[in-house]
Design a protein around this ligand. Structure first.
Ligand SMILES: [Ca+2]
Ligand SMILES: [Ca+2]
Length: 404
């Protein structure tokens, strides 16, 4: 009898297995046929009046065929999308018409912090401003946020009440997750970026004079409290030997201050999350160069390379440099009187508020995770000086969650 029972059950199991298989195949097919958003490059090449969904970063406000404002926004009527957040070439953009229903949520005059956000826009691929366009949108949503665009919000109270969905990137846990970072936990993409920005922009702003004292604290040599460590060269030097003379150390702006031309007024120019002690001569060699791999050896800076358009620090601080640059990108979004700083894929950015190369910085961050020195520095800045944190030191995986 037991054997007969087994024989009866087996066909049933087989039938269930077949049903499960069919369900799986159906689900897979549904996924495979779901529309993949077009890139901006594809949208530019497909101006055929079809209705499509395009994914891109908001890079400015188009006001004429070849003019896109990146700051000083004049209206909420249109936004330009590109495949990279730092794109400045209008030929690599698609201009999105914002019909009335979208202006209060997506217009840059009302929401300048939308600059740099990644969005999906569904509309008609047709010329706008005599330029590649996407008109009459039926849906606009931030990538990584809830798909219903009407729930997109910018006020801090609404942000914190957003339902937490599981993060597709997976997250490490940290000591500040239930406090400082609570509104950001579980988010990714543009939602994570917006949340982190609203968290870290609350800070004490130092004067340029205070930066000297802060650096003597934040960059203290762990083996000699009377010294500081120079970022690029790694040299330990008396903390009191600061100034403008040869072989002294001075205040290096890792985000070169000419990139966005913010100078040394209280603000990004005095933000010690990216200010570091460096030898005067090495600081001068780095100048305002973008970051990239390669070049010739740099005098007084073992392991550093430099050429006409880029600088590469020693291996031990490559990740530190990357996380400082990416901190600046999230901290400065153009909404508090300073330029919207962004990483891009260029070298030779000059005075534009961009620093390259993003792909290299991402690799540097992955290859050189935060060590005790970098973590202590972040803590000292938080406890004593600015009272804000570098999220990428606490959660290096957020680099990939924001810049996939
Ligand atoms: Ca490091
Ligand atoms: Ca920014």
């Amino acid at each position: 009898m037991p054997q007969q029972l087994t024989l009866r059950v087996r066909p049933r199991l087989a039938a269930v297995a077949v049903l499960l298989l069919l369900a799986f195949v159906a689900a897979t097919a549904r996924t495979a046929t779901a529309a993949t958003p077009l890139t901006v490059a594809q949208a530019v090449a497909t101006q055929n009046n079809s209705v499509q969904t395009v994914r891109g970063y908001i890079v400015g406000e188009p006001v004429a065929t070849s003019t896109v404002n990146r700051s000083g926004f004049t209206d909420d009527l249109a936004v330009a999308l590109a495949d990279t957040a730092g794109e400045t070439s209008t030929s690599k953009m698609v201009y999105v018409q914002l019909t009335t229903q979208w202006r209060s949520t997506w217009g840059l005059r009302t929401h300048p912090a939308n600059l740099g956000k990644q969005v999906d826009v569904t509309g008609t691929l047709t010329a706008y401003f005599s330029h590649a366009g996407l008109k009459s949108p039926s849906a606009i949503s931030a990538v990584g946020s809830t798909p219903n665009p009407t729930t997109t919000t910018t006020s801090p109270t609404s942000t914190t009440s957003t339902t937490t969905s599981p993060s597709p990137t997976g997250t490490a846990t940290g000591p500040y997750d239930s406090t400082y970072y609570a509104p950001a936990i579980g988010k990714t993409g543009s939602a994570l970026r917006a949340s982190l920005h609203s968290i870290i922009r609350n800070q004490t702003v130092l004067t340029y004079d205070q930066v000297w004292e802060a650096l003597k604290d934040t960059d203290q040599d762990p083996n000699n409290p009377n010294n500081v460590i120079e970022i690029y060269s790694g040299r330990s030097i008396a903390r009191s030997d600061n100034g403008g003379g040869v072989d002294q150390w001075n205040r290096e702006h890792v985000w070169a201050k000419s990139h966005g031309d913010f100078g040394t007024a209280n603000g990004p120019g005095t933000d010690v999350h990216h200010l570091r002690p460096e030898d005067v001569t090495v600081n001068s060699t780095r100048g305002n160069l973008d970051f990239d791999n390669g070049g010739s050896p740099v005098a007084q800076c073992t392991g550093c390379l430099s050429d006409a358009d880029s600088f590469q620090p020693r291996d031990a601080v490559k990740g530190d440099v990357a996380r400082m640059i990416l901190y600046m990108a999230i901290r400065y979004e153009g909404d508090d009187g300073w330029p919207n700083l962004e990483p891009d894929e260029s070298v030779g950015n000059g005075t534009a508020p961009y620093i390259g190369k993003l792909s290299v910085l991402k690799a540097w961050s992955a290859g050189d995770p935060p060590d005790a020195f970098e973590k202590r520095r972040n803590q000292v800045i938080y406890d004593t000086w600015q009272h804000n944190r570098n999220p990428f030191v606490d959660h290096p995986e957020w680099v990939g969650a924001i810049w996939p």
